[in-house]
Design a protein around this ligand. Structure first.
Ligand SMILES: [Zn+2]
Length: 1012
């Protein structure tokens, strides 16, 4: 037989495009349209409905960037359409390729009831089925003219990302606004042909099935009268019945589809727009659930449910009903789909606490999967947090974005730093926006790495990033893919159903140990420094506020600010969303975040001050130092307050004859050269030099930084090929008191300026480095380098509830790809018996490299902190302006020292004047390796004290917790403060104290109740 395959395939494409798809709406009449544009920010629905309209017609421009326009469309169904299905077609000027990334609308009935959302892939509103003829149609549309930020030429700098700079030029032209007859049969024919055509394209050319589909398609096309598609669609469909009903092979891959809309809680739109995006999508999805009995939909992020509850109660009522029916599934159990690299231990825990509690309180539902499809890497601390939250599964597809290495599994056990294992699935469809295209389904089946031992994968299905969700076309395609020869099978299933099946079929999955590092988006550890600092400051202040408020409540009976703390936590958690904390949102988002963090800081400072004043007593003239850290310092106990100690003194700063200064405090001898660079740091006790010979520490290095794409997200490895050492010094001065010796260095470069203060305190084996930068660079990366005289194959970087090790070499492609990585408050490097900690108050990105010196054969291991970047997309002015950073170099440090210094740098001492002589801590722990990460009152408002403790050294550790109040009970709990099953955390109450025996990095939450 002659090969006419491509001829028939081309014929299918043209006939579908030019004849069949247009025949879905064979007849139409124009709607009359009126418009009113809100003068500024979005207005309440009632106001939008009531505002006077001006006429507008198809082709007219509308919609300044970030504006809201209220459209009213009116029309009459022609009498001739009686008995037909009639839909309104509302095209606001959509680009079919950009659902969620351009204008959108929410349709209301005249009484203000929301109907459904409108987006480029969903422009229809059913108005009559069957029509009587003569109906008057009135619909209102709240249309958001969100500008396109990520355009066809992506990553070009744009001022559109903030309403303050976006201008007023209309962004869109009104396109089709019609009432139209919807021909269900032709629409079904389109889906039939799409499913078969897309499946056919994925099959091997030599397979019989491919040719059988080709011939069926040809017969169907032959059957159609191209001048009268609507009359011949039924017979064309009947030619396809056999091809559509041939069953799948027994070994076919099995896809659990779940309706979904990935909705970034902020990204290329501000938070306030996400509130409306969620309302549009959920209105759409609840409507689709009513129309499609087999369809199921999952939505993550408790925050988004809370937004609809507050702002669109009518939509929320529909969501509640669909949840109660088991068809709208709250997923993920987190407050938002947060970043996981940077949130602190406590914040990561609270993401689950607030997320799960919301679902439990609102719906009585507890889900067991962490749902993080789009997050930029996963820390080794996360498995234990997931398990402690009462969850057991993780879903993400993001690691498929890695640039270099292909992850070896799709379904596996992921083991964290403490040994907790979480059953994890990476959907092999490699997207969280599956649209049921044949290419996606075939890719999932082909790509699945666990073939032969497992058969199931999950496919989140629906338009996402900016919302949209599943369409009726996707549901119709899924129905045809249930059981069809040549394809994976597709069934709508809830995430929990998928995980249960996947776990059952795969009793011995492979194990991946340690972090799930994303080999991409490494610059999200640095971009938008002020957002990151606001987050870190809030996390620290929340720790202090909870500790001091709990102490004040138990000691003085002061009211505990449950509601304030809840609200503040939720705001902080929201801003850990995976495009806010990582610094990858538009300027508007980061401008607002900075203001929000400032407001939270004021509130938290005031809560802390009130609680401390209550504890210090009033009036009085004694000065007390409060220590919120988990370690004693300056003889002030952890979690208590005591009078200021007398410091040992003894600091000196001496000018060197060759220029520069020497700082001494009896513990460290530090040499700073005439360029203001640190050439020597000697640990006096051991005589050990910290700085590698021939090198200079605290060296600022400036690199060009123009990645190939994703400017705010990415730094590409070639950035290191060139760079400038900032050694020119403008002024160099020193000063000393017995308590401290200080050197101040001023430098200018390009249009920027740096002032650094290096401080040595009396009695402290630590060099503090404060860096003020007035930053006016473009596409540059600023690093602070510390070349250390240390030979080590690995270093420790702090993560949630512990630390993980990374190699200092690049033997394998996996190691080479980690050229920029995350730490929380410290990195620690050591040789047996002697180590160095580098501590940071607010930076996360860093790199560690090694060289061997020609001079003495020794190894120089260089740690560099990443301070600032200057990408121009999506915020063209990222990080411009003034910044302050605080780092510290701690020679001779053990891991215990590193942990202690990490807490210290974020928790400054506070001096309060009052009448009390001391404030005794509520509790003490007698082993420094057991770190108290939170002290708070129980969320159930019972008055019980909640204490979270973790083993911080990575070793087996015993210790005793003693309370300063009579202890009636110590109940191990999960993160939600529910009784823990007791299989972890060896906790025993002995003589009114708690004996603890914890495994390496083990986390335990205790509910302590007072006697009497
Ligand atoms: Zn996302």
């Amino acid at each position: 037989m002659h090969d006419d395959r491509t001829l028939v395939e081309s014929r299918l494409k043209r006939v579908l495009d030019e004849r069949i798809r247009p025949a879905v709406y064979p007849e139409s009449v124009p709607l009359t349209v009126g418009i009113w544009t809100a003068p500024g920010e979005p207005v309440p629905v009632a106001e939008g409905l009531a505002a006077p309209r001006s006429p507008i017609t198809v082709g007219d421009a509308w919609g300044a960037p970030w504006g809201t326009s209220w459209l009213t469309v009116t029309g009459t169904v022609p009498q001739a359409w009686a008995g037909r299905t009639v839909e309104a077609l509302i095209d606001l000027g959509f680009d079919a390729n950009m659902p969620g990334f351009q204008c959108e609308g929410l349709v209301y009935r005249p009484d203000g009831t929301p109907v459904k959302g409108l987006n480029p892939q969903n422009q229809w509103v059913r108005v009559a089925s069957p029509a009587a003829g003569g109906e008057t149609i009135v619909l209102h549309v709240e249309a958001a003219s969100n500008p396109v930020i990520l355009d066809y030429h992506p990553f070009l700098p744009t001022e559109l990302g903030d309403k303050e700079t976006a201008g007023h030029a209309p962004q869109y032209k009104l396109a089709r606004m019609d009432l139209a007859v919807f021909d269900q049969t032709v629409w079904q024919l389109v889906i039939d042909l799409e499913v078969l055509g897309e499946l056919m394209a994925e099959l091997p050319v030599e397979s019989a099935r491919r040719w059988e589909i080709l011939r069926a398609v040809e017969r169907a096309l032959d059957t159609l009268d191209l001048q009268n598609i609507n009359a011949t669609a039924t017979s064309a469909r009947s030619e396809l019945t056999a091809a559509l009903s041939a069953p799948a092979a027994p070994s076919a891959h099995r896809i659990s589809a779940i309706g979904h809309a990935h909705i970034d809680s902020a990204w290329l739109w501000p938070l306030r727009e996400t509130v409306r995006k969620v309302a549009r999508t959920t209105a759409n999805m609840t409507a689709l659930l009513e129309d499609e009995p087999e369809f199921l939909y999952a939505m993550s992020q408790a925050q988004q449910f809370a937004w609809i509850k507050e702002h669109r109660p009518e939509v929320y009522a529909r969501v509640r009903k669909a949840v109660a029916d088991g068809r709208f599934v709250p997923a993920g159990g987190m407050w938002v789909e947060s970043d996981t690299n940077m949130p602190s231990s406590e914040a990561m825990a609270r993401q689950f606490v607030y997320g799960k509690r919301f679902f439990l309180d609102e719906f009585g539902i507890e889900n067991h999967e962490a749902w993080l499809p789009d997050t930029f890497g996963f820390t080794g601390g996360l498995p234990q947090i997931i398990r402690n939250a009462g969850s057991k599964w993780l879903l993400t597809q993001k690691i498929s974005w890695s640039q270099v290495n292909k992850f070896p599994h799709h379904t596996f056990l992921w083991e964290g730093i403490d040994g907790t294992r979480i059953f994890t699935h990476f959907p092999p469809v490699d997207t969280y926006n599956c649209s049921m295209k044949g290419s996606e389904i075939a890719h999932a089946a082909r790509n699945f790495k666990d073939k032969g031992v497992a058969r199931h994968s999950l496919a989140p299905t629906g338009w996402g990033d900016g919302g949209g969700g599943t369409t009726r076309e996707m549901v119709a395609k899924a129905a045809r893919l249930k059981n069809i020869e040549g394809s994976a099978t597709v069934h709508w299933e809830r995430p929990a159903e998928f995980f249960a099946k996947a776990e059952a079929e795969y009793p011995n999955p492979p194990v991946w140990v340690g972090e799930l590092y994303l080999e991409l988006h490494r610059a999200t550890l640095t971009s938008q420094a002020k957002t990151k600092q606001g987050n870190r400051r809030s996390e620290n202040l929340l720790r202090e506020a909870e500790l001091w408020c709990a102490t004040a409540t138990l000691r003085t009976g002061a009211a505990y600010p449950y509601d304030d703390l809840d609200r503040i936590w939720k705001t902080v958690l929201l801003h850990q969303f995976h495009d806010i904390l990582p610094g990858s949102s538009i300027a508007w988002v980061h401008r607002e975040a900075e203001a929000t963090y400032a407001k939270l800081a004021d509130e938290l400072e005031s809560l802390i001050a009130q609680a401390q004043q209550a504890l210090a007593g009033n009036p009085g003239e004694r000065e007390l130092i409060f220590n919120a850290a988990p370690h004693e310092r300056s003889s002030v106990p952890a979690g208590g307050a005591a009078p200021a100690p007398t410091t040992p003194g003894g600091c000196t700063a001496t000018e060197r004859p060759e220029g520069g200064f020497t700082l001494r405090n009896g513990l460290l001898d530090i040499t700073i050269d005439s360029d203001g660079l640190v050439t020597s740091v000697v640990d006096v006790a051991s005589g050990r030099e910290t700085v590698a010979p021939g090198t200079k520490a605290n060296l600022l290095q400036l690199h060009p930084d123009f990645p190939n794409m994703w400017d705010a997200w990415d730094v590409d490895q070639f950035y290191r090929n060139t760079g400038t050492d900032l050694t020119e010094v403008d002024t160099l001065t020193a000063s000393a008191t017995p308590d401290r010796a200080t050197v101040r260095i001023e430098r200018s470069f390009n249009s920027s300026r740096v002032v650094q203060t290096l401080t040595l305190h009396a009695g402290e084996k630590r060099l503090d480095i404060d860096t003020e930068v007035d930053w006016h660079e473009t596409e540059k990366f600023l690093k602070a380098a510390f070349p250390l005289d240390l030979h080590t194959e690995r270093y420790a970087a702090e993560t949630q509830f512990g630390h993980l090790y990374r190699p200092t070499h690049t033997n394998t492609s996996w190691e080479a790809a980690k050229f920029e990585a995350c730490n929380h408050r410290f990195v620690h490097l050591d040789e047996p018996g002697w180590g160095v900690a580098l501590v940071t108050a607010s930076t996360y990105g860093h790199d560690v490299t090694r060289t061997v010196r020609d001079t003495d054969g020794g190894t120089t291991t260089t740690v560099r902190f990443s301070l600032l970047r200057a990408p121009r997309f999506p915020d063209p002015k990222t990080d411009q302006g003034s910044h302050h950073f605080h780092h510290a170099l701690v020679p001779g440090a053990t891991i215990t020292d590193a942990v202690r210094e990490g807490y210290r740098i974020g928790l400054p001492e506070r001096r309060v004047t009052g009448s009390a002589e001391t404030v005794t801590p509520l509790l003490t722990v007698d082993n420094e390796a057991l770190v108290v990460s939170a002290v708070k009152l129980a969320d159930d408002r019972s008055g019980d004290l909640i204490v979270r403790i973790y083993e911080s050294n990575g070793g087996r550790t015993r210790g005793r917790l003693t309370t300063s109040f009579p202890l009636a009970g110590a109940q191990p709990c999960d993160l939600l403060e529910r009784p823990w099953d007791g299989t972890r955390g060896d906790v025993t109450l002995v003589d009114g104290t708690v004996e603890l025996a914890l495994r390496p990095f083990e986390l335990v939450t205790l509910r302590l109740s007072q006697a009497g």
